[in-house]
Write a protein that binds this ligand. Structure first.
Ligand SMILES: [Zn+2]
Length: 210
């Protein structure tokens, strides 16, 4: 199965995830906002990271990716719909008082419908625009778990007041791409605790199932 380890990083307490195939030890890092704590956890677990992926292009989700790439020498796959955000990353780091960073250069796109292979496990890429236009999520249909970045949180939803955000798009993404997943699916959020699709579809005060 696919084990998902959450590693809170940056002053924004963004949940970077270390995705590990328990059969093979092959792993992927998703949303590396800061490399150092992630490298420490990789060493602790002794897993073999083969790739880096990201849900979207905000600083707290990709700010540590260049450093992680330099350390691990593995490819970085990124949704092209958010490429414009990578171009603004150094400026964002200055604005939020982060240490200077080098923007990562993706090795390729993560197109919708593609399967991200991690050892014997496989993640389905789904497009969930609204928080950012290129935002994607990663669904693990075998183990019923999903990594959603900043689309959905426990009792909340992603902000839509950033440039090119859209509440209409975000609502549609949640209703069509998330609330249609099995109710028991565990949701790993970009910030805060995990939740389930069933709980949010019923109780989320911002977006309910239709
Ligand atoms: Zn974000």
């Amino acid at each position: 199965m696919l084990e998902i380890h959450e590693i809170p990083v940056t002053p924004f307490q963004q949940n970077c995830t270390l995705l590990v195939c328990s059969d093979s030890g092959a792993a992927a890092v998703c949303d590396c906002g800061d490399a150092e704590p992630v490298l420490a956890r990789i060493a602790d677990l002794g897993v073999d990271v083969k790739q880096i992926i990201a849900t979207h292009g905000h600083l707290d989700h990709v700010g540590g990716t260049y450093a992680l790439q330099q350390a691990l020498k593995v490819p970085f796959w990124f949704p092209q719909g958010d490429a414009w955000l990578l171009a603004e990353l150094a400026q964002q780091a200055r604005m939020y008082g982060f240490a200077p960073i080098t923007p990562p250069v993706p090795d390729g796109d993560l197109p919708i419908g593609v399967a991200v292979k991690i050892g014997n496990s496989s993640l389905e890429v789904r497009h969930c625009p609204g928080h950012t236009p290129g935002h994607i999520i990663f669904f693990d249909p075998a183990d019923l778990q999903v990594v959603v970045g900043d689309v959905l949180f426990q009792g909340s939803i992603g902000r839509t007041d950033f440039p090119r955000g859209s509440l209409t798009d975000l609502t549609r993404s949640i209703q069509q791409q998330l609330y249609t997943l099995p109710a028991q699916t565990v949701v790993h959020c970009g910030h805060g605790p995990t939740t389930t699709i069933g709980h949010e579809a019923k109780h989320n005060p911002f977006v309910r199932a239709v």
